[in-house]
Design a protein. Structure first.
Length: 356
């Protein structure tokens, strides 16, 4: 019998299925500036969406921190205990000075934000099933597995969201992970290595971190990209393989890891996708999900430049403008006339994927 968790309490129906908490942001004596990560990116996305009047504070779902008991659904006790050593956290987050801080400070200033984002992903999993779609403005820690963190990922939120759904939500027994971050998602791949209920599609720069050959064996649809891949080729590949993946297996839920580190100029990603290309990519994935009436949960994952937050916000606004996400849709399911029209349009668009 699953343990009791606050993460699965019903969200107010007036809320958008957009999950966030101010606790996501890592701000601490300028330490966050030592990582190429914009550690306040999540809050900036929300601020842009508020400026555009899409959402207001009382209309978003407040993320709650995942408890130890929640984390133990996937993580080993041994791994969680390791995080009590500051140098372990310094290695995982790639911020060396963290090694010299007392662990209670590290827990509060670095790990609590990551645990809150992880709680957000778990909550968004249930919301996606209830409402047809959900976006966690954080999360997407795809390098973390049950017993090992790395690459800024301390908790395996994607694995957790899937396992929570399998254990607690009736009718969810197959999941597809579409991982479009610039890096290979070796964490969830290791966790679901022998689990036939989970289909993984992963498109990544083949030459960068983590280069995990063992984890690659879990990928059902592998799209290995070259340095400097640009929009036209990238979008063509994403479209072909997302359609292929969903035609091969119709899952009960899609977890979409929407990393923005594919952006041209990203110091770690090594790809050359434009801001418009990223917006188009998210549109392609949401159209594929919505036209098949498959619930979709999006997490924001990697993306290491200052302009990233604006692009994520623009993408969410674009999804809304196209009717791919909205509140009526959220509560009324796919019998929405706007959606029916959208499905017809997308079927037409996708035959000749128009790459503006």
């Amino acid at each position: 019998r699953p343990h009791r968790t606050e993460l699965y309490e019903d969200a107010p129906s007036a809320c958008w299925p957009i999950v966030y908490s101010p606790d996501y942001n890592i701000t601490f004596m300028g330490l966050e500036k030592l990582h190429p990560f914009d550690a306040g990116k999540w809050g900036k996305v929300i601020n842009f969406l508020k400026e555009e009047k899409l959402i207001a504070d009382d209309l978003i779902v407040q993320a709650r921190e995942a408890t130890d008991e929640d984390l133990l659904v996937v993580h080993t006790r041994r791994y969680l205990n390791k995080l009590k050593w500051s140098f372990v956290v310094a290695t995982i987050t790639e911020i060396p000075p963290v090694a010299f801080l007392p662990n209670f400070v590290v827990q509060r200033k670095v790990l609590k934000p990551l645990r809150t984002q992880t709680g957000g992903t778990i909550m968004a999993g249930k919301l996606a099933v209830d409402r047809g779609w959900a976006i966690n403005v954080g999360g997407g820690f795809h390098h973390c597995s049950s017993d090992k963190g790395g690459g800024f990922c301390a908790y395996a939120d994607i694995t957790l969201a899937v396992k929570f759904l399998f254990e607690r939500v009736q009718g969810v027994s197959k999941a597809t992970i579409i991982d479009l971050d610039a890096h290979q998602g070796n964490g969830h791949e290791r966790d679901f290595m022998d689990d036939h209920r989970v289909y993984i599609m992963d498109a990544y720069n083949r030459y960068i971190y983590p280069g995990d050959g063992f984890a690659k064996r879990a990928i059902k649809r592998k799209v290995e990209l070259e340095w400097g891949t640009e929009d036209t080729e990238y979008l063509q590949k994403v479209h072909t393989h997302v359609e292929g993946a969903l035609n091969e297996l119709k899952p009960d839920i899609i977890i979409y890891n929407a990393g923005t580190d594919i952006l041209d100029g990203d110091p770690l990603g090594g790809l050359a996708i434009s801001p418009q290309g990223i917006v188009k990519r998210d549109e392609v994935v949401f159209k594929a999900a919505r036209s098949r009436r498959i619930p979709i949960l999006m997490v924001t994952s990697g993306g290491y430049q200052k302009r990233t937050a604006r692009i994520i916000a623009d993408s969410i606004l674009n999804l809304h403008n196209l009717g791919l996400i909205d509140k009526e849709l959220a509560t009324g399911g796919a019998e929405n006339p706007k959606v029916e029209q959208m499905i017809r349009d997308s079927a037409r668009d996708l035959t000749n994927l128009s790459l503006q």
